[in-house]
Design a protein around this ligand. Structure first.
Ligand SMILES: [Zn+2]
Length: 303
């Protein structure tokens, strides 16, 4: 049994084929169109899906059960509708599942992208043994997925887990969601790069900043300030959800998020109830950027 998974990122649109053991067999990608037209993005997506379908048919002798798509915004999963998307324009109240199914003639499911990453970690990754954990994805924004008693917490309307839009600094930076001071404006991978740009007046990739922090006192201080914001949010989440682990996903952690995890270990001791924090684990994803596609594809598997 093979399923297709789609990861819609702010930079790249990726479609991959995944088997029922959660292994990504291959994937194709294109740049995410930024002209604000839903139709342009959908046409690029259709081309990628066709490529993947053709390769599955020619190379593997297993049925293709459908397509799962992880969307970087608020999704009503049961109806297959995108409600709002902070960082991609053109998809307000958009019936994406119906649009995909009408053209692809395949069963399609859509889900929030961080929830997809959480499902991948729960079924095939570092969270297999955890019953209560919170996943955070670090990219252009911050995504979140909350698992309680091994179930993904969806909330009344299916919108739970938007951790990136917790208010961290009231009246702070304007966020794509329309509010001010949201967590993701301060601790996403992009926010880390913005902090570095403001400090040194030159663009640095998040990976370079992390490398520098191992030997440069200024860079270490920048990471310390960054983690100070992150640990405030995690402290609140610890007290509210009593998780056994935080799972960190996204480029920051596939390219060596160790300096962040080390600093976090120190700073988290100042947050949360003693009895919760003494046993909490902070672990990085081992799916190396594949979690979004694997989790999206798994929406079609009977698990
Ligand atoms: Zn926001």
């Amino acid at each position: 049994m093979i399923s297709m998974g789609v990861d819609v990122g702010g930079t790249n649109l990726r479609v991959g084929a995944v088997n029922h053991e959660g292994e990504m067999l291959f994937s194709f990608k294109e740049s995410t169109p930024t002209d604000g037209s839903a139709e342009t993005l959908i046409q690029v997506l259709f081309q990628l899906v066709l490529q993947v379908q053709n390769q599955v048919q020619s190379q593997f002798h297993e049925p293709l059960v459908g397509l799962g798509l992880g969307w970087p915004g608020v999704v009503r999963k049961n109806e297959g509708v995108v409600l709002e998307t902070p960082n991609i324009r053109g998809f307000e109240q958009f019936p994406l599942k119906a649009r995909l199914e009408s053209v692809l003639n395949l069963r399609c499911e859509i889900e929030n992208d961080a929830n997809c990453a959480g499902l991948a970690e729960k079924h095939f990754g570092v969270a297999k043994t955890f019953q209560n954990f919170i996943l955070l994805t670090f990219g252009t924004g911050i995504g979140g997925a909350i698992f309680a008693n091994s179930q993904l917490l969806r909330g009344h309307s299916g919108l739970a887990g938007e951790i990136g839009h917790m208010c961290l600094h009231p009246g702070g930076l304007l966020c794509g969601c329309g509010s001010h001071g949201c967590l993701e404006k301060y601790v996403s991978a992009k926010a880390l790069e913005t902090r570095a740009l403001q400090k040194w007046n030159r663009p640095l990739a998040a990976r370079e900043i992390l490398e520098m922090s191992e030997s440069d006192a200024d860079a270490a201080l920048l990471i310390k300030d960054y983690v100070s914001d992150l640990s405030l949010a995690l402290g609140s989440l610890m007290n509210i959800f009593d998780p056994e682990a935080f799972v960190f996903s996204g480029g920051l952690f596939t390219t060596g998020g160790t300096p962040i995890l080390k600093e976090l270990k120190k700073q988290l001791t100042a947050q949360g109830y003693q009895s919760i924090k003494k046993n909490i684990s902070c672990v990085a994803s081992t799916l190396e950027g594949r979690a979004g596609i694997i989790g999206a594809a798994s929406l079609l598997f009977p698990i």
